[in-house]
Design a protein around this ligand. Sequence first.
Ligand code: SAM
Length: 247
Amino acid sequence: MKHTFFAPPEAVTDSTITFSESESHHASRVLRIQSGEEVAVVDGEGNWYRTSIEILGRKKMVGTILEHKSDVGEPGYTLTVAVGTLKNVSRFETFLEKAVELGVSHVTPVVTKRSEKSRIKRKRAEGIITSAMKQSGRSRRTGLDDPLKFRKWMKQLPVKGEEFRAICHEGASETQSMEATLSKSVSQRNMLILVGPEGGFTEEELNQAVDKGFVVVSLGPRYLRTETAAIVSAATIMLSNYGEGAA
Ligand code: SAM
């Protein structure tokens, strides 16, 4: 199937899917989908449907469900990336799009001591998440928090349990590379990665993270921009799990 569409769970019954005006318009006017064509539909909550389309008008389209599967395109682990807030919204949005493609389950923007003032454009961000989910063949939406203060966020994190936690720090040595650290750690299903803002972490923040069970890791010999570091860490985790039942 060439095309994937989005329909929220409330638009899906046992046998049919009713599409929004914008998805219907995109299908009939931009992609020139014809009645009878089969398309994939995802609901952002892990449901995937093979569907036969019926075009009822320029902005009206329904689908008959032919097949249902769960968690298509989803990795076999959960990965949260907590990232220092960025002043430049478009850099954050670039990261968000790539995070979805790389299978990140959740993004938490964190306001640290050296963070620049920032805000998230929620509606745009949700649109980016939906598009990247469809484009990359995932069936679950990546969750996105509103920015949280570092200290408060750290405080409410449960004491380390089963989760693999790592804080990316440009001062970490070669022997602490994320790849090496992952290969030494027992295979984990839940992972949490913390990446600093453009000004980096303070010593106090690093210590607080270590106290909460974060391992300090390096992403290589060069200083990476925040969004690059966040993308590299998610890609490293994706590839280190590839072939272990993780899509
Ligand atoms: N402290 C530096 C400064 O003030 O210029 C650099 C901060 S760096 C631009 C932003 C964040 O990306 C860091 O806090 C860290 O989490 C991550 N990062 C960048 N390069 C890294 C590397 N080589 N290894 C690990 N983390 C890195």
